[in-house]
Design a protein around this ligand. Structure first.
Ligand SMILES: Cc1ncc(COP(=O)(O)O)c(C=O)c1O
Length: 383
């Protein structure tokens, strides 16, 4: 018996169940990243960093924002983001995971009720776990269930603020939340509405401002725009009322007790917001829509899958081993396709998460369709 035995046993058990994970290189045509608009290699964004270095902007912030780490580049980005997304204020954080933790562990108060979609991201689950508010999870994308949960809580004497918590575009299923219905429920119940736009930012809405762009500016709305997906960089912008943003600055532990993001990254995110706006952004979005149409014709139709709701296309195979076997075969054929297994997705729903990005050409999508047909067969439940 050594100190390491429990870990080795756990890893062996994961292996036996087809659930062991390992880090593999990014190789082959990109069908797995969240770099939907291929902005991670955008020359204008890269040049913005080069220019900033030439101006003497430091690589590291050197401390927490509340200490020496607050740079002019952070504040400039936050002003730009608030204007761009139409919010009263914005806060730049190191990543979306930390931002969700910060928001949910800080803003809902004792006596409040958090009503969250069951498929909300792990970072939301973890933030909710740390919150002192009560919480309840409701079935995925079931607007009525949100309404009912709040009504029941009120009837039982709940007097605090209800919080409606959802993503706008779900990362593992690619489906879109009933945003208008959730906003309406929030309005009727005087609830706060937290919408995570992680997979919609850059890709949906006017100028890529997301699926809730038309709601921005409402007092009860808080949105999260992560910067490492459609924007191609890293970090996260929390957008909402000044009072909420200032509360995060004063109270959110993941913000306070953490080194500020690099000022260079703040510059890069600012440049990325410029790239998703206007004609250039519209052209990127049109190209991505064309990729989705090709995937519909050459992947979904032959496999008997419904048309894609977005650039994220789940191919649910169910069995963990089979999912990984098809992912591995696709990788050997030159496609970076990843399998996603529990606990990331519910038991029995292991899947290939195909993500369509401008990093893969339309011909790559057609070729992937052929490979998947070979390994999955017509009708995705074939052996
Ligand atoms: C819906 C959602 N929210 C938040 C995050 C976390 O964002 P980040 O990758 O910036 O930490 C992710 C990333 O996987 C996500 O899919």
């Amino acid at each position: 018996m050594t100190l390491l035995d429990p870990y080795r046993r756990q890893l062996s058990a994961l292996e036996a169940r087809g659930r062991a994970r390992r880090l593999i290189d990014a190789e082959g045509a990109d069908f797995s990243s969240n770099d939907y608009l291929a902005l991670s290699r955008d020359p204008v964004i890269a040049a913005a960093i080069t220019d900033a270095i030439a101006r003497g902007v430091p690589v590291g912030a050197g401390g927490s924002r509340l200490l020496r780490g607050n740079a002019a580049e952070h504040a400039a980005l936050e002003e730009q983001a608030a204007r761009f997304f139409g919010a009263e204020a914005a806060l730049f954080m190191a990543n979306g995971f930390a931002a969700n933790l910060a928001i949910l562990s800080t803003l809902p108060r004792p006596g409040d009720l958090i009503v969250a979609d069951a498929l909300a991201h792990a970072s939301m689950h973890d933030g909710i776990r740390q919150s002192r508010a009560r919480s309840v999870f409701v079935p995925h994308n079931d607007a009525q269930a949100f309404d009912d949960a709040i009504a029941r809580w009120r009837a039982d004497g709940g007097t605090g603020t209800p919080w409606i918590v959802a993503e706008t575009l779900y990362s593992m299923d690619g489906d879109i939340a009933p945003v208008a219905a959730l906003a309406d429920i929030a309005q009727r119940h005087e609830a706060m509405l937290l919408l995570d736009e992680a997979h919609a930012t850059g890709v949906y809405g006017a100028d890529g401002r997301g699926l809730a762009a038309h709601l921005e500016g409402a007092e009860n709305l808080l949105t999260l725009h992560t910067c490492g997906k459609g924007l191609g960089v890293e970090g996260a912008l929390v957008c909402g009322a000044r009072a909420l943003i200032d509360t995060l600055v004063n109270k959110a532990r993941p913000f306070i007790f953490s080194t500020a993001p690099s000022p260079l990254i703040a510059v890069a995110v600012g440049a990325a917001l410029g790239r998703i706006a206007g004609e250039h952004g519209d052209a990127l979005r049109a190209a991505l829509r064309a990729r989705i149409a090709v995937a519909d014709a050459y992947i979904c139709a032959p496999l008997g899958l419904p048309s894609p709701a977005s650039q994220i296309l789940p191919v649910i195979l169910g069995d963990d081993h089979r999912t990984m076997a098809v992912a591995n075969a696709s990788q050997r054929a030159g496609f970076d396709v990843r399998g996603v297994r529990p606990p990331t997705v519910p038991a029995g729903t292991s899947r290939l998460r195909l993500s369509l990005t401008l990093n893969a050409a339309e011909t790559d999508i057609v070729a992937l369709g052929e490979t998947l047909k070979l390994h999955i067969g017509k009708g995705k439940d074939a052996a």
